[in-house]
Design a protein around this ligand. Structure first.
Ligand code: B12
Ligand code: SF4
Length: 460
């Protein structure tokens, strides 16, 4: 079958994405292996308007048009599927990703132009779904989907998670115009860059975190399987930097160390970074030393709050002393070190945000990332909040700003500004950043400047 896999447009000015959508790359790998013809239409990265989308589809109309979406893109995903429905009525439309996985029936009810939703992990489901459509065997037997049967919306039984994730075909990066993504990477040492994901699922219980696709059990790719993908990327495709975008790369410390040792043995001289957040309780001196030796230069810690009561309430499962120790260890080993915080978390108040600022200034990481709490579908907190209009799930990439309707926006913005400005508006901070990290530091100074310039405009 002919399949187009697409991303939705992001309208915010600074919503440039950094990596290829690995979910679509994995699906492409699995579908091609099953004999299908797959084309990628990355509307978001290529910034295609409706006319160009139609033009591209018209060249070779597919049987299936699939879109990926998380919650803050769901309106744009629906608009893209409306467009396809209007101009190519015979095409079967499919939506996958965290949003429909969290709210399957509701998503189909709200978006009439979606024929089928894929709930959870997609590789096996997509292949079975295509076979069912091709052979006209009916959709009721395909686990892990939601579909329309006349006026009824039918949710099939959950798809069991793939037991051995080493069996999954490597992501098909050839289907993507890689250079587009490379131009948006913020922290890097060498290009070309690509991203890799080595685990699926996370056993921790943080109440703000969405678990709708990969759940709460961590499945690991073996060190050998990860190294085989890296070898292909480095030796055959000549990537010079790899960003590991796992939720929790170091949870199994022995495996993380084994991967580092394998990298060291190969003398690849490639740079690695962990931009997504490492848990402070899964990081120590011996791991830091091995990671540095392997070429890891940048890592972020998911701290979320400097208030121990808030940390307890969101079930983060970490102590402030662990934060202190981990950040000091990372800095001592020369990592470019970041700390993520979230303002507006349940149970927080101005005192809590001030405690986050105090912690950041005490530990002096190279960067902080400040997010605004939003109860995403698929998270424990989603059910306890009243957010329901997807228009409120806004994204401002430069400031990582989100608004849920239950929040007092003026208060949240004030806290956001307080934390980010009081950390960043200090000449001494910039001097030490450049002194510690040279060119990497200079690039970061420029990014900070651009973020401050654009953030307010983006929020209009
Ligand atoms: C990397 C990443 C990013 C990167 C994205 C880069 C990129 N181009 O992909 C960056 C840093 C930009 C980012 C930003 C954000 N992210 Co993010 N991100 C992730 C992360 C860690 C990995 C994504 C990934 O590649 N997964 C691996 C692939 C294999 O999984 P997948 O994409 O889900 O795809 C599988 C299935 O969903 C399904 N599938 C997906 N699409 C489709 C389509 C079809 C047709 C089919 C059949 C199947 C299918 O099949 C795939 C293979 O199994 C996930 C967490 C996670 N572990 O997935 C969070 C996650 C997706 N992010 C999340 C959030 C909240 C955000 C931000 C809002 C955070 C912020 N405060 O800024 C922004 C939003 C950006 C935006 N505008 O979209 C949430 C989404 C929750 C929700 N309900 O929407 C997640 C789930 C994290 C979490 N646990 O809470 N993110
Ligand atoms: S925030 Fe990180 S540590 Fe917490 S549950 Fe999500 S992935 Fe796991």
């Amino acid at each position: 079958m002919k399949i187009i896999l697409a991303t939705p447009l992001m309208k915010e000015r600074r919503a440039d994405l950094q990596y290829i959508p690995l979910g679509l790359a994995y699906l492409t790998g699995a579908l091609k292996k099953a004999g299908h013809e797959v084309t990628i239409l990355d509307v978001r990265a290529e910034k295609l308007n409706d006319a160009r989308v139609i033009e591209r589809i018209k060249k070779d109309p597919p049987h299936i048009f699939g879109v990926t979406s998380n919650t803050c893109q769901i309106r744009e995903a629906a608009a893209l599927l409306d467009l396809v429905r209007e101009h190519f009525p015979a095409v079967t439309t499919v939506l996958g990703g965290p949003h429909v996985s969290a709210l399957p029936e509701r998503t189909l009810k709200e978006q009439p132009s979606i024929d089928i939703g894929v709930v959870g992990e997609g590789e096996v489901t997509a292949v079975e779904l295509c076979a069912a459509l091709e052979n006209k065997t009916g959709l009721g037997g395909v686990a892990g989907i939601v579909y329309r049967d006349g006026a009824k919306i039918v949710l099939t039984p959950a798809r069991p998670m793939i037991a051995d994730i080493n069996s999954i075909a490597f992501p098909d990066r050839d289907a993507f115009p890689i250079a587009i993504y490379n131009s948006h990477i913020i922290e890097y040492k060498a290009k070309p860059i690509t991203s890799v994901i080595t685990t699926r699922g996370c056993p921790h219980q943080c109440t703000f975190c969405c678990k709708s696709v990969f759940g709460s059990r961590q499945r690991l790719r073996s060190a050998g399987n990860v190294i085989a993908e890296m070898r292909e990327l480095i030796e055959n495709r000549h990537y010079r930097e790899i960003h590991i975008i796992d939720d929790n790369f170091t949870f199994d410390t022995a495996r993380a160390k084994a991967i580092c040792e394998e990298i060291i043995a190969r003398k690849w001289n490639v740079h690695f970074s962990l931009p997504n957040g490492v848990r402070v309780n899964n990081f120590d001196d011996s791991l830091a030393a091995l990671m540095r030796k392997a070429g890891f230069y940048s890592l972020w810690f998911g701290v979320e709050s400097g208030d121990p009561e808030v940390l307890k309430r969101i079930k983060k499962g970490i102590q402030l002393d662990q934060v202190r120790k981990a950040v000091a260890t990372a800095k001592r080993h020369g990592f470019f070190t970041g700390m993520y915080f979230i303002v507006g978390l349940p149970g927080s108040g101005p005192k809590s945000e001030k405690m986050s600022l105090d912690l950041a200034r005490e530990l002096e990481p190279d960067v902080i990332g400040v997010g605004i709490f939003t109860s995403y579908p698929g998270s424990e907190l989603y059910n306890s909040a009243s957010a329901s209009d997807w228009a409120h799930y806004r994204h401002d990439f430069s400031g990582h700003h989100f608004t849920g309707e239950q929040f007092d926006e003026a208060y949240i913005l004030k806290q956001f500004d307080m934390l980010s400005q009081k950390f960043y508006f200090r000449p001494a901070y910039y001097i030490s950043l450049v002194r510690r990290h040279g060119m990497l530091g200079v690039r970061r100074v420029w990014i900070n400047f651009k973020n401050f310039l654009f953030r307010r405009l983006d929020l209009q």
